[in-house]
Write a protein that binds this ligand. Sequence first.
Ligand code: PMV
Length: 334
Amino acid sequence: MTRTATASANTNIALIKYWGKADEALTIPTTSSLSLTLGGTRTTTTVSFEEGARGADTVTIDGVRPSPAQVARVSRFLDLVRHRAGLTAPATVHSSSTVPLAAGLASSAAGFAALALAASRAAGMELDARALTRLARRGSGSAARSVLGGLVLWNAGKDDETSYAEQVVLPTAQPDGPPDLAMAVMVLTQERKEISSTAAMRATMGSSPLYPAWVESSAVDLREALAALRSGDLPRLGEVVEANALGMHAAMMASRPAIMYWTPRTLEALRAIAALRHEGMPVWATIDAGANVKALTSGACGERVAAALRERLPGVSVWLRRPGGAARIEGVTR
Ligand code: PMV
């Protein structure tokens, strides 16, 4: 008998970053992080466990067979699910994304969140949201946050049980309500990053004298960001978001040898964002483990900010994304 489940998940962009693992095997981060799940960025994944069959897992991503290293990563993740469900069957996994992998959107976050939901359901398990975030975390840390929609807090925790993500629920009673957020994703380069986030985190933790300071300031930044969200204060949020990301990159650059994801275009984008802010637009930058820049702004100003960025950065694609929903099941057959 074959059991099949299809699930989808949106990607997310961290407002307060995750950078460093206290436990690599379990993906327990050194700091808690806060993210925004983005609408219209779903990856859809179908998993079938072929009961009675033998052999290796088969994986395709957007119709193509990924590298042996990528297949091994998916298989290691499926082993966790098989172990819990008491299965030994190999799986067939088909994954497709609504955004190109090269768009600089954290594809592994959406990919492992969708895989966690599809694989657990195909294996006959009904995990609650918290358990699902813990499972997705084992595939890719940031995937824990893509299980949920809107604003998401990943509590660092101390062990597998306590390291989970939860939705941040904001009071709507205040005069302005929670800030209405949007993210303009600027695709500056389509090149794949040279150093994986896991390797770069390890190097930063092991050799950057600035890393302990970033960890310390990150706890303060997270409190500040949550306070800004609760009071509906977008400028206060934007300032701490940009500072937290630049601090993370400063810590990386101070590693020995240096880790430098930036290109000249990254700086151009940062300057364009600062110039728009100078003109009065509410816009702040954030950067992940790559050269591309994302701009946090308000939903109301999103179109204007995206148009102004396109004008200042000719040839750069700018994708405007609004908050998106949680991972969901698209279908189950058995
Ligand atoms: O989930 P990973 O291992 O790809 O790490 C993601 C790290 C950053 O994107 C740079 C920051 C974050 O919090 O998403």
